[in-house]
Design a protein around this ligand. Structure first.
Ligand SMILES: [Zn+2]
Length: 242
């Protein structure tokens, strides 16, 4: 096989390896991001619980004030009862007292309901806080693990990158430029094998005459569809299937 093609194949292998490292690193970092998001979501829920509780507390104060007003009104009307002359005035005061008593009863029911709701929300917030605490501990452990793993991957990546640098220096600058451009435009796959006359980059058939040239491997061949650099790979399945 043409030496340039062999080098391009080797370079592609290295770049695939480097892309694999990058993928591993971003997957590891994604785990951390997911955990952080989960904690942030719970903290948001906790905040919402607390906001609802403080709204309930505000409502509680209002109901209590209404309650106290009504109690004062009852006292006041009861005092006035002693002084009234007509039965009409007496009836009017009685009605006011009844209304105030009803209001007190209603406000007591409301207060009970408010306290129940507030307690429920407090419990919910406490439960979420517990979960958060657990998740934060896990996150701290996981962050250490991920940092170590990323360090290892980065070290391996660096040594592979050195290999790449060395190999890239052996290629002509124009060919390297073309290869790099293809690599970035074709999702990290610039050099691909052919199989049964089909480009393994875009899976389109290569004209038979061109395929023969690829098979010979004397000169560089470009896929007419995706423009990737093609090479012929002995098919393992040919013997396995036979
Ligand atoms: Zn192709």
């Amino acid at each position: 096989m043409n030496e340039e093609i062999s080098k391009l194949i080797a370079l592609q292998e290295i770049d695939t390896e480097i892309a694999g490292f990058d993928k591993q690193i971003s997957e590891k970092q994604q785990e951390i991001t997911d955990r952080q998001q989960s904690i942030a979501d719970k903290q948001e829920q906790i905040n919402q619980c607390r906001e609802k509780v403080s709204a309930l507390e505000q409502r509680q104060r209002e109901v209590k004030a209404e309650h106290e007003d009504a109690a004062a009104r009852i006292k006041d009307r009861q005092n006035k009862m002693m002084q009234v002359q007509t039965s009409r005035e007496h009836q009017a005061l009685l009605k006011e007292i009844e209304d105030a008593k009803r209001l007190i009863k209603e406000s007591q029911e409301q207060l009970t309901l408010i306290m129940e709701q507030a307690e429920q929300l407090e419990n919910q917030a406490a439960e979420l806080e517990n979960l958060c605490k657990g998740e934060e501990e896990l996150l701290a452990e996981e962050t250490t693990k991920v940092n170590n793993a990323v360090k290892k991957i980065t070290t391996r990546k660096k040594s592979v990158a050195k290999k790449r640098e060395k190999l890239a220096a052996e290629l002509s600058p124009s060919l390297l430029k073309r290869y790099n451009l293809l690599l970035s435009k074709r999702h990290g796959m610039a050099v691909v094998a052919t199989r049964d006359g089909v480009c393994q980059g875009c899976f389109m058939a290569i004209p038979p005459q061109q395929f023969n040239e690829v098979r010979k491997g004397d000169k560089m061949s470009i896929c007419p569809t995706c423009h990737r650099i093609l090479y012929f790979q002995e098919e393992e399945s040919e013997t396995a299937d036979a």
